[in-house]
Design a protein around this ligand. Structure first.
Ligand code: COA
Length: 329
C-alpha cells in the first residue's frame, strides 16, 4: 500500500423511518409480485417515511449517533455536508437544517447534489478539505426521502426505493487508518436516463407539470443497469490502481445497493467473491446517497467490519455520476 491517509472516519451513524413496506404490501398497490421484485432486484422490504418526517430529521438522527461514537461535540464541527436530492425544501440547504437541529453552531453547512454517488463525492470533498488544513472536523451525511419523488402507480420504479440516512464524522488521520484514495467521475450526456424533471427552472411546478407527473422519478431501467455495471466495474479497477492494491487486499466491498444483479456483476468483474461483499438491499431497497453509509454503519455495529479491515466502496447514480473509495478502518 503506497498512499498515506490524510483523513479518517472516526464515527458512523444511521437512521431509518419506522414504517416498513414489504413486497407483499406493494402487490396490493401495483401489478407486481414478491417473486418478481425479489428475483429482479433482491429487495424484500424498504423503510418509508411517514408524513411529517423530513430528510433533515433522518440526517440529524444519523449525525448524532456518529458524533456520539466519535466523541465529538456538535460545536466542534467545522463543516457539515449533506448529499441529497430530496432535501427538506428547494432552498436553503438541508445541511443548514441539520446544523440547526444538532446545534452545530460553528460549522459551515451546505449540500451537494450527486444523486446516489453523493456520499462518495462528500467523502472525497471532506478528505480534500482536511488536506487543506483549513478544516479539522467534518460531518458528511447521505440522506434521502426518495419516496417523496416516487410515483406509487409506476411499478417500474415504485418497488425500488426506500428512505434513510447515514453519517460519518471525519478527522485528520492518525497516519495508519483512513481514506487511502477516492475516485469520482460524471457523464452529463446521459442525464436524461435517470431524472426527476419537474420542480426546477426547466419545469417549474404547475398544474400541467403535475398532470404530466414530472415531479416523479423517471428512469430507463435497462439502460441505467447497463451503465451501472460498466461504471462501477471501472471505478473498482481505477481505485485499486490508484491505491496500488489488488482485489485480494480488500476485506470488504460495500457497493451501492441498487440491484442485487448489479452488485453481483460488479463483484464478479472486480474479482471479489460475494463472501466479501456487503449486501443489505433486501431490507432497505435503494436509498440513494444513504445506501453506502447505512451499510457501513451496519457493518461496523454488527462486527462484519473489524478494526484493521480495508474497505472498498463503489457507487453509481443519476447524472450519471459514479465513484469509489478505499478506506482502512
Ligand atoms: N413487477 C412486475 N413486472 C415488472 C415490474 C414490477 N415491479 N417492473 C417492470 N416489470 C416488467 C416490465 O414491464 C417488463 O415487462 P414486458 O417485458 O412485458 O415489457 C418486464 O418486467 C421486464 O422489464 P425490464 O425493465 O427489462 O426488467 P429488468 O430486468 O431490466 O429489471 C429494473 C428492471 C428496474 C429492476 C432494472 O432494470 C434495474 O435495476 N435497473 C437499474 C435501476 C437502478 O439501479 N436505478 C438507480 C441507479 S442508482
Amino acid at each position: 500500500m503506497k498512499n498515506k491517509p490524510i483523513s479518517m472516519i472516526v464515527g458512523t451513524g444511521s437512521s431509518v423511518p419506522s414504517k416498513v413496506l414489504s413486497n407483499f404490501d406493494l402487490e396490493k398497490m401495483v401489478d407486481t409480485s414478491d417473486k418478481w421484485i425479489t428475483e429482479r432486484t433482491g429487495i424484500k422490504y424498504r423503510y418509508i417515511a411517514n408524513n411529517g418526517v423530513v430528510t433533515s430529521d433522518l440526517c440529524s438522527d444519523a449525525a448524532l449517533k456518529a458524533l456520539e461514537e466519535a466523541k465529538v461535540l456538535p460545536k466542534e464541527l467545522d463543516v457539515i455536508i449533506v448529499a441529497t436530492v430530496t432535501g427538506d425544501v428547494k432552498f436553503p440547504a438541508t445541511a443548514c437544517y441539520v446544523q440547526q437541529k444538532i446545534k452545530a453552531v460553528n460549522a459551515v453547512a451546505f449540500d451537494i447534489s450527486a444523486a446516489c454517488s453523493g456520499y462518495i463525492y462528500s467523502l472525497t470533498l471532506a478528505n480534500q478539505m482536511i488536506m487543506s488544513n483549513n478544516f479539522k472536523t467534518v460531518l458528511i451525511i447521505g440522506g434521502e426521502i426518495l419516496t417523496s419523488m416516487v410515483d406509487w402507480t409506476d411499478r417500474n420504479t415504485c418497488v425500488l426505493f426506500g428512505d434513510g440516512a447515514g453519517a460519518n464524522v471525519i478527522k485528520p488521520s492518525d497516519g495508519e487508518k483512513g481514506v487511502i484514495t477516492t475516485y469520482i467521475k460524471s457523464d452529463g450526456q446521459l442525464a436524461h436516463l435517470l431524472t426527476t424533471p419537474g420542480g426546477g427552472s426547466k419545469f417549474p411546478i404547475n398544474h400541467r407539470t403535475v398532470e404530466q407527473k414530472l415531479q416523479f422519478i423517471h428512469m430507463e431501467g435497462r439502460e441505467v443497469f447497463k451503465h451501472a455495471v460498466k461504471c462501477m466495474s471501472e471505478s473498482v479497477e481505477k481505485v485499486l490502481q490508484q491505491a496500488n492494491m489488488s482485489p485480494e487486499e480488500i476485506d470488504l466491498m460495500i457497493p451501492h445497493q441498487a440491484n442485487i444483479r448489479i452488485i453481483e456483476a460488479t463483484a464478479k468483474r472486480a474479482g471479489i467473491p460475494m463472501e466479501r461483499v456487503l449486501v443489505n438491499i433486501d431490507r432497505y431497497g435503494n436509498t440513494s446517497s444513504a445506501s453506502i453509509p447505512i451499510a457501513l454503519d451496519e457493518a461496523k455495529r454488527n462486527g462484519r467490519l473489524k478494526e484493521g479491515d480495508t474497505v472498498l466502496m463503489v457507487v453509481f447514480g443519476g447524472g450519471f455520476t459514479w465513484g469509489s473509495a478505499i478506506v482502512k478502518f
